[in-house]
Design a protein around this ligand. Structure first.
Ligand code: NAD
Length: 349
């Protein structure tokens, strides 16, 4: 039996809590990677894991990712993440989320939760009845909060423009060809903004009708999901799944830039070198997709209004620039550079 200290993803996490509540059937893990910059903040995932060890790996990996992401977004937040181990039917009850809320509350603010895969705003409302250490709740009229998707899209769009400026020397996306993977919340915002600036957009989604609706709206072309990774374009913007950049897919890329909002785009850190070796400019995912967490953090910390949130999202391009500069100067791939920068920010350089 492997102990948490032996997991490859264990990275001196400050605490890892195993939570059980027999009366509601709650089984959860709360991992706090770092509180160096502030409370360990990150969403809760509700997922059925074939093996409970997979849940531990997810909690460890995702909480470290949040440390890096929050640090690189300039937030006064550390990194944490929770996973709730769902049964195969993903049975959910308000009581279960209430029990989870009590567990979060018991940590006294070391961990602040929000949405992640499988967790809705309604679930968080149940959590919020038990603890104030929660964000991503319905926004009151005029207040900061609500759906992070549009904020993520805005940051991704600005990041794509920064990459285009650096790699192609152009200040506008007008006339450029963008290949967008996904037609969901983040992808649709990116597609609208890019098309609005005159870019030619080709997109895909495994939900064909969703892809077609978005394409009709923005005047884009739809391709099959397996065509997007090899499409000849200026920019590939992955906004669907993780682990899409593998040795095989990187060899088939036909773009100058990869810049999109999907989390964990590189299958493993080693793929960062392969993208760079192909001369493709890569925007590290957790830096370019920080718009949503910037909005969620401002809701929780109460330190910015809508204009303040926009101003913080508008700093994403300069962070990317700093990463690309260091990448060129030190001849290392941008994802590795971003990880190093993040580790310095959380006092683990
Ligand atoms: P979403 O669920 O709204 O959209 C994802 C879309 O991807 C869906 O339409 C789905 O059908 C499609 N998809 C799934 N597999 C696909 C495949 N193989 N090929 C093509 N399309 C496929 O999710 P979202 O909120 O837009 O998030 C997209 C990505 O961005 C995820 O990786 C998410 O983790 C990441 N992200 C989102 C936010 C946010 O604020 N929503 C913030 C940071 C990162």
């Amino acid at each position: 039996m492997q102990s948490p200290w032996e997991y490859a993803d264990f990275d001196d996490h400050e605490v890892v809590h195993f939570v059980t509540d027999r009366s509601t059937g709650l089984k959860a893990l709360i991992a706090v990677h770092s509180t160096h910059l502030g409370p360990g903040a990150g969403g809760t995932r509700f997922w059925h894991y074939a093996r409970s060890g997979d849940a531990v790996v997810d909690a460890l990996r995702l909480s470290r990712g949040m440390s890096y992401k929050n640090a690189m977004a300039g937030l006064r937040l550390g990194g944490g993440k929770a996973v709730i181990l769902a049964d195969p039917n993903r049975t959910k009850t308000p009581e279960m989320f209430a029990a989870f809320g009590r567990a979060v509350d018991g940590l006294g603010g070391a961990y602040v939760t929000a949405e992640d895969v499988g967790v809705t705003v309604a679930d968080l409302v149940e959590v919020s009845k038990q603890t104030r250490y929660v964000s991503g709740l319905p926004a009151a009229a005029g207040a900061v909060g609500g759906d992070p998707g549009p904020h993520t899209s805005y940051g991704v769009f600005l990041g794509i423009k920064a990459a285009v400026r650096r790699k192609l020397g152009k200040d506008s996306l007008s006339g450029l060809h963008l290949a967008i993977q996904g037609a969901g919340s983040v992808a649709s915002g990116v597609a609208r903004r890019a098309a609005g600036e005159g870019a030619r957009v080709t997109l895909t989604d495994i939900d064909a009708s969703r892809a077609q609706r978005l394409a009709d709206e923005v005047g884009a072309t739809v391709v099959a999901p397996d065509e997007i990774m090899t499409l000849e374009a200026d920019v590939l913007s992955p906004n669907a799944l993780g682990a899409i950049l593998t040795a095989e897919s990187i060899a088939g890329l036909n773009v100058a830039i990869v810049a999109g909002g999907a989390n964990n785009q590189l299958a493993t850190p080693a793929e960062g070198d392969l993208v760079r070796a192909r001369g493709i400019l890569y925007a590290p995912d957790y830096v370019i997709n920080a718009g949503g967490i910037i909005n969620v953090a401002s809701e929780y910390l109460g330190d910015a209004d809508e204009a303040g949130v926009r101003a913080k999202i508008e700093q994403i391009p300069e962070r990317l620039e700093a990463i690309w500069e260091e990448s060129d100067r030190t001849d290392r791939n941008p994802a590795a550079v971003a990880d190093d920068m993040a580790r310095r920010l959380i006092g683990r350089g």
